[in-house]
Design a protein around this ligand. Structure first.
Ligand SMILES: Cc1ncc(COP(=O)(O)O)c(C=O)c1O
Length: 495
């Protein structure tokens, strides 16, 4: 089989490889190769094809051969040809690939969840596409040429300035652009700090937290020591002998309580007394609904706190941009770990975010989303009050999720019932540190941001149906045997 390949990227705007099999005429082979490229989506509807002459030159064909092949595909409806706009792939030319026949004996794959109540996801439909695009355009138009060279590992100065201003204003962070290092998110910051050896274990962490972060720390060989969580947040006086602590003080993840005022002061005292540091994960600090905003602990002592944040909740986890606000003495060590060039956070995205913040669009977006999520939260609370009044939601004053307290031992059965209803959500047990005692009650962690607007009502109905199903208490690992319970109970009221 003889092949001929062409890469016509510059002319059609997409990287296309055409393979001409030797069978049949050259015209028929080209026609077939184009059909296949359209059919399998390599040539998307609307894509402009290269002019006859250049494709003919690339493939070593006569110009007429290409013209005839195009004409044939136009006649068949694969392509359209219009004076002035060239030859393009027809708008609906892509055919669905037929799925392979399933054998009757083949095992059924579990049905994909119908309702998405998973925590940790913002509303993807609300991404501010037009404003982001406009910020990208403005920042590209005005960026100096040096912006397109290798990136500064500390991050673009435009972004660090915008962040210093925003974080001081909105989160009470005391900083300056020189103390900020841009990264790709909180998980990346933990990798840099602990994987890079800037900070070392052991590290005190909240007894309930993000398993992914625990695995990042475990991969860096950091031993984590759990601090029990109660209605005032993490018990920060525990774990004597451990100098450094990782906390989510604004909105404990996942139980939802803010760290009590006295404990905020106590954790700073702890760090000073032990010559340690607080790593503050401010993952959803912008979203507080009913009460006074809770400022960052960092503002209490900037030399004792490594403050971490990202746009993963406020904009989208797809953007992959975050920041570390560092005590002055840690800046050189973090920059040494990052290396000579920026390797994680796209400079162009940094410029876009800088412009997005500086132009006021970030504030506007956060305000809009705060209202949107508050309405979602209110609908959840109202649905529970009406249909499942025995269930008390907790941690609802902030963030994008709530915890629904369940009778001890009923979490596994409730999760199974949820799966049967096509409901994707998590149980509290999934977040427990392996060395921590379970909370006295079981719980569901319900994310109210991710479901599409048109499906949110149905998701809440499915949730209430699940909560109404009677569940037998299992002796499973999620329920707490009395002697194992150290923390008296999860936080009792909406925090
Ligand atoms: C507790 C917690 N911290 C931080 C983050 C954000 O992580 P990243 O910035 O790596 O996307 C999340 C996101 O889901 C989270 O739940």
């Amino acid at each position: 089989m003889a092949e001929s390949w062409v890469n016509s990227a510059q002319r059609i705007g997409a990287d296309l490889h055409l393979e001409l099999s030797a069978a049949g005429s050259r015209r028929a082979a080209l026609g077939q190769a184009l059909r296949e490229a359209v059919q399998d989506g390599r040539l998307a509807p609307g894509t402009r094809l290269p002019p006859y002459r250049s494709l003919a030159a690339d493939l070593g064909l006569a110009r007429n051969t290409v013209a005839e092949a195009y004409a044939e595909l136009v006649a068949e409806g694969w392509l359209t040809a219009r004076q002035g706009s060239g030859t393009r792939v027809a708008p609906r030319a892509v055919r669905q690939k037929s799925s392979p026949p399933t054998s009757a004996a083949a095992p059924m794959a579990p049905a994909a969840p119908v309702h998405d109540l998973r925590q940790g996801r913002p509303d993807a439909a609300s991404f501010p596409r037009a404003a982001w695009l406009a910020a990208a355009r403005r920042s590209l138009n005005t960026a100096p040429n040096e912006a397109f060279g290798p990136g500064d590992p500390q991050g673009r100065i435009e972004l660090r300035r915008a962040l210093a201003d925003y974080l001081a204003r909105a989160r009470g962070v005391r900083t300056a652009p020189e103390r900020i290092v841009v990264c790709s998110g909180v998980a990346h910051a933990l990798r840099l700090l602990f994987g890079g050896g800037v900070l070392r274990g052991p590290l005190a962490v909240e007894a309930y937290g993000l398993p992914f972060h625990r695995s990042v720390l475990a991969a860096a060989a950091v031993r984590t020591v759990p601090l029990e969580v109660d209605e005032l947040g993490a018990r920060v006086a525990e774990s004597a002998g451990v100098r450094n602590v990782l906390l989510t003080p604004t909105h404990q993840f996942p139980t939802g309580v803010p760290l009590h005022r006295e404990r905020r002061a106590a954790v700073v005292d702890r760090a000073r007394a032990r010559d340690g540091l607080i790593v503050e994960d401010d993952y959803d600090g912008e979203f507080r609904y009913d009460r006074e905003p809770v400022g960052a602990v960092q503002g209490l002592d900037p030399e004792r706190v490594v403050y971490l944040g990202s746009v993963s909740k406020s904009l989208s986890p797809a953007v992959r941009l975050g920041w570390m606000v560092l005590p002055e003495h840690l800046v050189p060590a973090v920059l040494a770990v990052k290396g000579e060039r920026e390797a994680w956070a796209s400079v162009l995205d940094q410029l876009t975010l800088a412009e997005f913040i500086a132009s006021g669009h970030y504030d506007r977006h956060v305000r809009r989303m705060r209202q949107h999520y508050r309405r979602r939260r209110d609908r959840l609370v109202a649905a529970l009050a009406e249909h499942a009044p025995q269930i008390a939601p907790i941690g609802i004053a902030a963030g994008l999720h709530a915890v629904l307290r369940l009778p001890p031992g009923t979490e596994p059965g409730t999760l199974e019932a949820a799966a049967r209803q096509g409901l994707a959500l998590d149980g509290l047990a999934a977040f427990r540190h392996p060395d921590a005692a379970p909370l006295a009650a079981d719980g569901l962690v319900v994310g109210y941001a991710a479901a599409p607007e048109h499906g949110y009502g149905a998701a809440l109905e499915a949730l209430c149906r699940v909560l109404l199903e009677p569940q037998e208490a299992s002796g499973g690992s999620t329920s707490a045997s009395p002697e194992k319970v150290k923390a008296a109970s999860p936080p009792p009221s909406s925090a």
